[in-house]
Design a binder for this molecule. Structure first.
Ligand code: SAH
Length: 206
């Protein structure tokens, strides 16, 4: 998976490659899917949700430009796989998941792997963490626009990676904050399940 799908597509950061070699992706999918866990596509994790394609996990991780001392906020824990990769490359990961059974399953896999610097919370991540402030924010669900609270919770010199667009097709956007100014860069098309909530789709779910 790492050499064929990640390295050959141009992601050469040694730390990212080694994190992806270390983390056993098959533990993050249910048993019926295990034989497909290292294939080049997203997989269902139940509850209508998915674990992202391995390359997308690597790409989003590399766009975060991690040095190792960052506090990261992830919106959309899902299986917990992306959070596990980030945990190897940063100081602390806070991850919010709206579906409790997924959050609990992710917590138990991370515990099994003895990963202690990921903190999973159940809730609506489209509003982030009130009063929070993060070096990096990664949104792994599709948003119709940049959620204002997440922009506010991004520290200066911070980077946010987020898929923005229609419900069934989006553009991966890198948002950087410097001296309070926001810049946006497009990094290619992608397809994520929708972010639900006030700053996502289906805003009636607050
Ligand atoms: N990063 C995950 C994949 C995420 S799939 C992984 O590595 O497996 C997107 C997840 O976002 C789904 O589990 C979905 O339930 C969750 N989600 C959608 N809207 C949300 C919201 N407003 N707050 C928190 N989680 C949300």
């Amino acid at each position: 998976m790492v050499s064929e799908q990640i390295e050959k597509r141009g992601i050469n950061n040694k730390k990212i490659l080694s994190a992806m070699l270390d983390i056993p992706r098959h533990l993050f999918v249910n048993e019926a899917q295990r034989e497909y866990a290292y294939n080049d596509y997203p997989l269902s994790i139940g509850e209508g949700q998915t674990i992202s394609q391995p390359y997308i996990v690597a790409l989003m991780t590399s766009l975060l430009e991690l040095k190792g001392d960052e506090i990261i906020l992830e919106i959309g824990t899902g299986s917990g796989y992306q959070a596990a990769i980030l945990a190897k490359l940063a100081e602390t990961v806070y991850s919010i998941e709206k579906i409790e059974v997924l959050a609990k399953r992710a917590m138990s896999v991370l515990m099994m792997l003895n990963i202690k610097n990921v903190h999973i919370m159940v809730g609506n991540g489209s509003i982030g963490v009130q009063g929070g402030s993060f070096d990096r924010i990664i949104v792994t669900a599709a948003s119709p626009d940049l959620p204002e609270p997440l922009i506010e919770q991004l520290k200066d010199d911070g980077i946010m990676v987020i898929p923005v667009g229609e419900k069934y097709s989006q553009m991966l956007i890198v948002v950087k904050k410097k001296h309070g100014e926001i810049t946006k860069e497009e990094k290619g098309g992608c397809i994520f399940v929708p972010l639900i909530g006030k700053y996502g789709f289906d805003s009636q779910f607050n």
